[in-house]
Design a protein around this ligand. Structure first.
Ligand SMILES: [Zn+2]
Length: 326
């Protein structure tokens, strides 16, 4: 699937991100470059909170939506339309690969964090990022999905503080609970690294990869609510949903394809034709539920099916998820 924007356009906007900090009103903010494309902003006016907020985009170089969320937020700050309650660290992750239109170089940057030893550009960048964000108390990492998504969602390893933060920034959030990552010797995602350091860190999938204004405004709203939460505003009652994973679903045979209208959070019913395989045989769903992380959607070239890999993860909607945890 081609994109309506060019790599040049992304490159220009990455440079816009950088220039923002050199041009930002010096009477209102102290700007410190912590690392290339990572800045610390401190409001000069007496601040009421000492908690540091971290904001991150482009942990995956091809998920450009987050970059535009940060640019929009910076422009609100610059115009004086938003007050910073305290210090913020704002950064871009896999910048150099993003400039080439790539997700990462050799290794997924979002699996290079934590107590892990590795070589190459991605591991080097992860080291720099970890150092720059190490003092954050709360953080938001902006992502997008590679296949279509019906709504934004939050993959989350359950933790009361993290849940409170999600509730504060989006009381209607869809949450996919995740198993904790095994830290020892293996790289983990950015938010997991921060959680292990005691930070309340949240990852959001804004929606389908690309440039979408609805997603940009949604992302900015998340940041504004995060600032309010930091100022002590109580979160609203949770009206969202938990979607625990029931399990992986493998292709029924060779050359399997999902229907072109399916994507993340599509609801499917047992017995429904959800695709085809082996040169046109009907593929019927074995169980009802919701799809997540689907691969091999007909019409999307980049996600080929692999028989040994799950073609999607089946999710349940569990209204009693919180009750069952008590
Ligand atoms: Zn991502």
């Amino acid at each position: 699937m081609g994109e309506a924007y060019t790599t040049e356009f992304i490159k220009d906007n990455i440079e816009n991100f950088k220039s923002f900090f050199t041009e930002l009103n010096k009477e209102r903010f102290i700007v410190k470059e912590l690392a290339p494309y990572i800045y610390e902003l401190t409001p000069i006016k007496e601040t009421s909170v000492d908690k540091v907020i971290g904001l991150m985009a482009l942990n995956h170089g091809n998920e450009v939506g987050g970059l535009f969320v940060l640019l929009e937020f910076l422009s609100l700050l610059d115009k004086g339309l938003v007050n910073l309650p305290g210090k913020v660290v704002i950064g871009l992750g896999s910048v150099e690969s993003a400039k080439l239109g790539k997700r990462f170089f050799e290794k997924d940057l979002n699996r290079c964090y934590g107590d892990v030893v590795g070589e190459g550009k991605d591991f080097q960048r992860a080291k720099v990022i970890m150092e720059a964000f190490k003092e954050c108390h709360m953080s938001l990492d902006l992502h997008q999905t590679q296949t279509p998504s019906a709504q934004p969602f939050f993959p989350m390893t359950f933790n009361t503080k993290t849940f409170e933060l999600i509730r504060a920034i989006d009381p209607q959030a869809s949450i996919i609970p995740q198993k904790p990552y095994d830290q020892k010797g293996k790289g983990v995602p950015f938010s997991h690294y921060l959680v292990n350091r005691g930070c309340t860190a949240v990852t959001v999938e804004l929606g389908t990869m690309g440039l979408d204004y609805k997603q940009i405004y949604y992302g900015v709203q998340l940041i504004l609510k995060l600032l309010n939460y930091n100022l002590g505003k109580e979160p609203e009652e949770f009206r969202g949903s938990f979607f625990p994973k029931r399990g992986p679903v493998f292709p029924p045979g060779p050359d399997a394809w999902l229907r072109s209208d399916l994507g993340n959070f599509s609801e499917i019913k047992k017995g429904e034709v959800i695709g085809d395989y082996d040169g046109g045989k009907k593929w019927m769903a074995q169980e009802s539920g919701f799809l997540a992380f689907p691969k091999a959607i007909r019409g999307l070239k980049r996600t080929q099916a692999n028989e040994n890999e799950p073609i999607y993860i089946l999710l349940d909607r569990d209204p009693d998820y919180l009750k069952n945890r008590e």
